[in-house]
Write a protein that binds this ligand. Structure first.
Ligand code: SPV
Ligand code: MG
Length: 434
């Protein structure tokens, strides 16, 4: 009997999947691939149920004779192990990033000199639309979004995080998907609400002048239109009495982690380094803040990450490492180490030493100045989260400035038009539905 293979990236079986399975049955024995969590996050679908539950869901389908594990989104291994006679898929993958998968199937058919691709019309029904929107809704809910960072840390070798400061930048972080050179699809895993960028877009300096209520309004704007987890730049965390209160608020609205830095008094941006007066908190003082925050927290999922400013303030590697050990003992769920050097050597040294002593605590880096390091290299040095902390704001600002000057210069907007997004694209940019 012929083998017909298909694979669904879903947690819910709807009418569209059933239609496809009925069609598949006509060609032979139906084998379905259950995508692992790691494979699933390479799509724009984050699993909302466990792999075991997903597998069971597929096994219980009467049309399915066998379920196999598919641990990458491309089909090479499936072809090698199963030698399918047919691959069946909805025709919706003829457009957008999924085209890469279609191409991969066609390449495999050519390579194996066997197999045939069957494409069935995608079911665009009300039930399918509602099911899809139910899944997205679940992902956007605070209780689900909050725990997603911890889950990602389990399944992803490196959590790629992009700075966002508005609904629009949130959508960029949510929806930018590109084919990866190595095969697969690439996208961001999480979002960073930076104090520098959140202040800058409000025209204010990064000195904790923009208060937490305002910062949380930015977070809410982002949350309204996205589903990915949020890491909040919590500056110094403020007074302990305020921090504990804010921890509960952050948890309640679905933020996954806050990063607080071990500075005290008037905080200035780290990249000033020692050019401006900045004071580091004592180890005891900062540990007390971490412990108070952890005690205040109500859920298991929320993370308080401690950021060490010793290298920024030229206090030395030993001070940085001593602080890392103390902050972890005080309850920190992760360590962020920062530097303003272009050369990544001191960051590598910190990460390597820390990892040799502590295999588990997540490590975070913000490669703004030391930006030559590739993600794979960070992972090799034991880093778990990499934050691109300001690049969206820094690319938008000069573009807007140039456009403003160009219009002034010419006394009309025609000359600026070449660098602008077509008008039609801006009015259709935002979907009516998320
Ligand atoms: C931010 O993005 O606000 C940060 C990172 O805190 S840095 O600007 O490098 O200090
Ligand atoms: Mg900051």
């Amino acid at each position: 009997m012929s083998v017909v293979y298909t694979c669904f990236c879903t947690d819910i079986i709807h009418e569209g999947h059933r239609n496809l399975l009925h069609e598949a049955q006509k060609y032979g024995e139906v084998v379905v691939g259950a995508l692992t969590d790691a494979a699933m996050i390479q799509f724009d679908r984050f699993p909302t149920i466990s792999f075991a539950e997903r597998r069971k869901l597929l096994e219980e389908l009467p049309e399915v004779s066998r379920v196999i594990v598919q641990d990458e989104i491309f089909y090479d291994k499936v072809f090698d192990a199963l030698h399918p006679d047919y691959i069946i898929h909805g025709d919706n993958w003829k457009e957008g990033p999924l085209q890469e998968l279609r191409r991969n199937v066609l390449d495999n058919i050519a390579r194996a000199e066997a197999g045939e691709l069957i494409e069935v019309p995608y079911t665009w029904s009300e039930e399918v639309r509602k099911t899809d929107s139910r899944m997205r809704e679940k992902l956007a809910m605070p209780e689900f979004r909050r725990g997603r960072l911890r889950k990602l840390l389990q399944i992803s070798p490196l959590v790629k995080t992009l700075e966002v400061h508005s609904g629009l930048t949130g959508l960029i972080a949510e929806k930018t998907i590109i084919p990866s050179k190595r095969g697969g699809l690439k996208q961001y895993d999480a979002m960073w609400v930076s104090s520098l960028c959140d202040s800058t877009v409000k025209g204010k300096p990064d000195i904790e002048l923009v208060d937490m209520s305002s910062r949380l309004r930015t977070v809410d704007d982002v949350m309204e239109v996205t589903t990915k987890p949020i890491i909040l730049d919590g500056d110094t965390g403020g007074l302990v009495e305020h921090f504990v209160y804010n921890v509960r608020t952050m948890e309640r609205i679905g933020i996954s982690a806050v990063i607080i830095e071990d500075k005290t008094g008037l905080k200035k941006n780290s990249l000033f380094g020692t050019e401006v007066a900045q004071t580091q908190a004592s180890i005891e003082e900062f540990c007390a803040k971490i412990t108070a925050g952890k005690r205040a927290q109500r859920t298991e999922e929320f993370m308080i990450i401690a950021r060490i400013e010793s290298l920024i303030l030229e206090k030395g590697m030993e001070d940085a490492l001593a602080r890392a050990r103390a902050y972890v003992s005080a309850g920190a769920d992760g360590i962020m180490i920062h530097s303003r050097k272009k050369d990544p050597a001191e960051i590598f040294e910190f990460c390597d030493t820390f990892r040799s002593e502590d295999k588990a605590t997540p490590l975070v880096v913000v490669p703004t100045t030391f930006n030559s390091v590739y993600e794979e290299e960070w992972a090799k040095h034991g880093v778990n989260i990499v934050i691109y902390a300001n690049q969206l704001t820094r690319s938008a600002f000069p573009a807007m400035q140039d456009t403003a000057a160009e219009i002034l210069k010419n006394g009309r907007a025609l000359e600026a038009d070449g660098r602008l997004m077509p008008f039609h694209d801006i009015i259709t940019l935002i979907d009516d539905e998320l």
